[in-house]
Design a protein around this ligand. Structure first.
Ligand code: F6R
Ligand code: ZN
Length: 188
């Protein structure tokens, strides 16, 4: 028996709105937090100045201890929109403990999970209601909302000790981006 066992608990998830109403951790990123991540920096500056620095995405958590054996979970809610012709996306990260996987269950919306490895592999898996993306260990991941008017909402589960490494993605970027061209979604 562990010396300090945790008690079981439940958390309410609002499946319709994609929120965790009783969250104790709330992260919000606006357009200005995403500078440097999109292909068109000028379009990003115009979006910030002309559209009041719009909300990009939110993450709701009720954290558990970051110990080996625990599972962290969260709700991620990514707004629709574009920077130039590139769809809104999350920053993306490797896990600090690289050999840790993650599950994303898409609850609502339409988009892609873009993934890459440090040695150059890249993958894009479709996200839509009921589809689960398995992000294997060692793969950096970023979600992209390709809907015109609906948030992309996912429930994520990953080892609580995984941690987030944003720095490498800020330097490397992803080999592919997702654009709207002539009304079509293009990954290139
Ligand atoms: C956790 C995870 C997600 C993301 C969230 C926001 O490991 O992958 O909960 O943290 O979708 O994206 P980032 O962290 O890239 O800003
Ligand atoms: Zn992750």
């Amino acid at each position: 028996m562990p010396t300090n066992p945790m008690d079981p608990f439940t958390v309410l998830i609002d499946l319709e709105n994609g929120t965790m109403p009783d969250n104790t951790n709330y992260l919000k990123r606006n357009a200005s937090d995403m500078r440097g991540h999109y292909a068109n920096n000028e379009a990003m500056e115009n979006l910030i100045s002309d559209n009041g620095d719009p909300l990009h995405y939110e993450v709701f958590e009720t954290p558990v201890p970051e110990d080996v054996g625990q599972l962290m979970y969260c709700l991620s809610r990514l707004q629709p929109g574009k920077v130039g012709d590139e769809f809104f996306m999350t920053k993306g990260h490797y896990h600090t403990v690289e050999a840790t996987a993650e599950i994303y269950l898409c609850l609502k919306g339409q988009g892609y999970m873009l993934m890459k490895t440090a040695d150059g592999k890249c993958a894009a898996e479709e996200m839509s209601r009921g589809r689960m993306v398995y992000v294997p260990p060692f793969w950096a991941h970023r979600s992209v909302n390709t809907s015109k008017d609906e948030p992309l909402i996912s429930f994520c589960v990953y080892p609580a000790n995984a941690g987030h490494n944003y720095g490498d993605i800020e330097q490397e970027g992803f080999p592919k981006r997702i654009f709207e061209r002539d009304g079509r979604v293009v990954i290139e």
